[in-house]
Design a protein around this ligand. Sequence first.
Ligand code: ZN
Length: 315
Amino acid sequence: MIQKQTQIAFGIIISLLLSTTLSDAAPNRTDQITHGAQKITINYQASLTQNEREITYKWLNKVTSALRTVYGEFPKDYFQLTIQRGTNRSGPVPWGQVERGEPTKVLLVINPEHGYDALISDWTAFHELSHLLIPYRGHGNVWFSEGLATYYQNIIQARSGLLTETEMWGKLAAGFERGEKQHRWGHLKLTDLSDTMRENRQFMRVHWSGVLYWLSADVELRKQNKGTLDSALKQLKACCESSSMSAKAIAQKLDELTQSDLFVPLFETYCDSYQIPDYQPILTELGIEQYQSNRNIVLRNTASQAEFRKQIYRK
Ligand SMILES: [Zn+2]
């Protein structure tokens, strides 16, 4: 713990020296985070003070380390983080988005005056960075991409000690429930609903159907002894990190890489769904019990797939 903090402090000193030299030429300050040969460039909006950049850098170190709990490296060998200051006081990280391209850029709008503890408690950055785990082209069946990012934002927060096992599964169980409650657009298949999500505002059904897809695929891979979703995504990075793929093409590639026949059939089922598929069976086999009265959950270690639940949480 102490050693880690020293490394971060040392990194901040080096990077501030670097950014001061660059500042004469450019109004914005830059910084970087490296892992082996992998590199992330950070561009700070010029209005951030030195103290705010130090807090932001410490936070980004933690968030990007969390991203490495999926398979030990970043999902892209190079990408950029653009840090802008928010114009309102709505929260520590009111907005984030991924701009795919060469290089891929992740924009994070922050209010650093909230401080480090508030920044690290916000899920937005974990969500946006989790989007990088698949080379999604950015349109069509957006449920697939949003589901992956929402699934992993919780996993990587938990694996880096920011959520307990109960908190993590509690968030997933509560999310499925919110997804189930959005059924006003039950005449539209998920694939059509997610194409018009901004207009119909059925964010919960779209996102949480997607999370259930990825959780189901993860558990099924483990049951079939074909690795884990983490290892499948690592293989996907190796082959296709620079590609721009449709959701279906990614599902096909994941089946090919894991020598399975589960990502595509499950994808078709979800595309054609008129409501979030039944999530109770998978929660039961993982040993996640919900109590409707107080929204708390209890984890059962005697459940048939309780080991998978623990593995997903701690890797
Ligand atoms: Zn997203």
